[in-house]
Write a protein that binds this ligand. Structure first.
Ligand code: ATP
Ligand code: MG
Length: 295
């Protein structure tokens, strides 16, 4: 594929302005009109993983920019596998992966961004969120009774709570951008039929049984509500400094390529160069070399 073609394909999945965004315009089966062949996918992904590792090596020494990649999806959409494959070449010292589960008592005793802030990547690091603050406008919105555990003052628990949360998330991400954190958000978009197929595989294959939990079947019943919540979240929070990628995810190999390409593009845009020593530091290096020679 030529760089122009890649650019055009990525543009299709990147949402930087939520106005007019409709999830139904995004096909989970999309594989970029056959521009990439499945049989080339392994080699392409390996190339992407290597490039990502190189870029991370440039990011690290400056300890200035950081990157936060947020993964959201329905169950079995492939968050875990995507994170595993895409990050497989990167120096583990430069990456922190955090999985956000049902909040415990300490998190519930704070505002909803508290536990998120604690997990943000340091400067120079890549942070990966497997689920995130978006759960607060997804699962909590679909199951409103979850709000009760959050002990919000009654006055703040009104009808506009979702609108307010979305506003707060957008403001938080804008703040992170202004602090030098590149925020990328990935929605791995699978179809309900594909999820059924993957659940069946998990049930049929003893090695995959552990991936299945009974609640997965229940959440499936709320598919429509989840899709509405995702759509509203994307509409309200897509921005040039914090784009959403609606990644077609019925084909795992394709989803992984889109994710790695998005991360590469974001890091390349920083135009990082290998860190060069300033003159006084170089003199100190020379002195150190001499001392070693004289030992
Ligand atoms: P897997 O794909 O392996 O099942 P998972 O991300 O689904 O991984 P689980 O431990 O099964 O991991 O699920 C985590 C659960 O925590 C999800 O059901 C998610 O909706 C829920 N969760 C995460 N954040 C929140 C939150 N802020 N409030 C309520 N529930 C949350
Ligand atoms: Mg689960």
């Amino acid at each position: 594929m030529t760089p122009k073609q890649i650019e055009r394909v990525m543009k299709r999945y990147r949402i930087t302005n939520g106005k007019g965004f409709r999830l139904k315009d995004h096909d989970p089966d999309d594989i970029a009109d056959g521009l990439v062949d499945k049989k080339d996918a392994t080699a392409l992904l390996a190339g992407g993983v290597t490039r990502l590792a190189e870029l991370q090596e440039l990011l690290y020494p400056y300890a200035s920019w950081s990157m936060l990649c947020i993964f959201q999806a329905m169950d079995a959409a492939g968050k875990d596998g995507t994170i595993k494959h895409v990050m497989s070449g990167v120096n583990p010292q430069g990456v922190v992966v955090t999985s956000f589960k049902v909040p415990g008592p300490q998190a519930l005793a704070h505002d909803f961004l508290w536990r998120i802030s604690l997990a943000l990547p340091e400067r120079g690091q890549i942070g990966i969120f497997n689920r995130s603050h978006y759960e607060e406008v997804l699962v909590v919105r679909v199951h409103k009774q979850l709000l009760r555990a959050q002990h919000l003052p009654a006055d703040l628990d009104g009808k506009r709570i979702w609108e307010h949360r979305l506003e707060d998330i957008a403001a938080f991400e804008r703040y992170l951008g202004r602090q030098g954190t590149i925020v990328l958000k990935f929605f791995l978009n699978i179809s309900k039929e594909e999820q059924k197929k993957r659940f069946q595989e998990r049930l049929d294959d003893p090695n995959k049984n552990w991936k299945f939990s009974a609640s997965d079947i229940e959440e499936r019943e709320y598919w429509k509500e989840y899709m509405e919540a995702y759509e509203e979240a994307i509409v309200a929070t897509a921005a040039p400094h914090a784009p959403w990628y609606v990644v077609p995810a019925n084909n795992k190999w394709f989803a992984r390529l889109v994710v790695v390409e998005a991360m590469i593009e974001a890091l390349e845009a920083l135009k990082l160069k290998p860190m060069e020593m300033q003159a006084p530091d170089r003199i100190r290096l020379e002195e150190a070399r001499q001392r070693l020679l004289e030992e």
